[in-house]
Design a binder for this molecule. Structure first.
Ligand code: PLP
Length: 369
């Protein structure tokens, strides 16, 4: 077995940073290789173009079906960020809707909605539904951006309730499902006023593909009109290997035993708590693989460094901000700002094994002693 991005017995370090990027799944690798062998451009009408187009449309069908949507509801993009930005552009600004944004959203949403009204969360990281309703009452139809699960804490949003409120006030919900899609918690399928952003590499596909899943096959104003690909909704030749691998990863993730991963996560969390850590969002539903742990009085940078030296890869905050090491806006929104400098994120990949969890627990207890 190749060791590239695939921890095995000989791996020099144990990878516990799946929320930054998930370990490549075998079916995704296989699908990418098959797609790489396709010479044609899916827009070409000849034999090779048609063969590439078939793969592209199969991937579209798989992804749309996972959300219970028409096949053409899925618009392929280059990543989750692009899918989020396209949603804000096409479903918010372009439709004349005011935009309201959850306080713990990822930068993908935050950076494209500067100046938008921010919806607060409670101390566990859950959106304040009373405040959402007040905001919806106050103005015309809105686009509400709320993530289905938070990348730093794993806290899962009550999407059914949020979507129902949006429908009541003739508004639209865009849900950043980048962390939850492919992690056992597929979001709601029945609501017709919700769009979803997803990302291939977060589920075990290649980097370089994402999708905006619309409520149905509907026109949206493109940010990049280009050559009219994706039914005029997103120009540019689609990255077929990454897209095919995203669909394969999603299918494979649906067969995963998430209960096993959750049990290992709980075991690890118990050990970390015994060492003195506080778990963020501990009392609410969370992704089965994620732990956001605060070790009082111990700088997260020191924790990361010591864990790295001991052979464990974890992160502080999200992948996009970990290089900068800025205080987490997520913990700040949860009124836990004073703890942000001591928080690390451990996110178990789908390959996680009992002995890896035990080894990490031992190393963590040793460095925190
Ligand atoms: N949304 C969330 C919740 C994320 O965690 C991330 C990446 O960390 C993104 C969006 C951006 O996804 P991508 O890396 O595919 O652009």
């Amino acid at each position: 077995m190749s060791c590239i991005n695939t921890p095995c017995a000989q791996s020099p370090a144990i990878y516990l940073d799946a929320n930054a990027t998930e370990i490549l799944r075998p079916a995704a690798r296989q699908a990418a290789i098959l797609a790489m062998e396709q010479t044609g451009n899916p827009s070409s009408v000849h034999f090779y173009g048609r063969a590439a187009r078939r793969l592209l449309e199969e991937a579209r069908k798989t992804i749309s079906a996972a959300f219970g949507r028409d096949t053409d509801a899925c618009v392929f993009t280059s990543c989750g960020t692009e899918a989020d930005v396209l949603a804000v552009h096409a479903l918010g600004c372009h439709m004349g809707r005011r935009v309201l944004v959850g306080a713990t959203e990822h930068e993908a949403i935050r950076a494209s909605t500067r100046g938008a009204e921010v919806l607060p969360v409670d101390e566990q990281g859950l959106l304040r539904l009373d405040m959402l309703e007040d905001a919806l009452k106050q103005g015309g139809p809105a686009l509400i951006c709320v993530m289905s699960a938070n990348n730093e804490t794993g806290v899962i949003s009550p999407l059914e309730d949020i979507a129902a409120l949006c429908r009541l006030y003739d508004s639209f919900l865009h849900c950043d499902a980048v962390q939850s899609c492919g992690r056992g918690a597929l979001p709601l399928q029945d609501f017709r006023n919700v769009s979803f952003a997803i990302s291939g590499h977060k589920m075990g596909g290649l980097k370089g593909a994402g999708a905006l899943v619309l409520p149905q096959d509907m026109p949206v104003s493109p940010m990049m009109p280009g050559g009219g690909q994706e039914r005029g909704r997103r120009g540019g030749t689609p990255g077929l290997p990454a897209i095919a691998s995203m669909a394969a990863a999603l299918e494979e993730s649906q067969k995963q035993n998430w209960g096993r991963i959750e049990a290992l996560r709980n075991q690890l969390e118990f050990a970390m708590r015994s060492a003195g850590a506080e778990i963020m969002g501990q009392n609410v539903a969370r992704l089965p693989n994620t732990i956001c742990a605060v070790m009082p009085k111990m700088d997260a940078r020191i924790q990361l460094m010591k864990l790295d030296m001991a052979g464990f890869c974890v992160s502080a905050g999200s992948a996009c901000s970990s290089g900068k090491m800025e205080p987490s806006h997520v913990l700040e929104a949860m009124q836990q700002k004073d703890k942000a400098g001591q928080a690390i994120r451990v996110s178990l990949p789908w390959t996680i094994r009992q002995e890896e969890v035990e080894a990490f627990a031992e190393a963590y207890c040793a460095i925190c002693r």
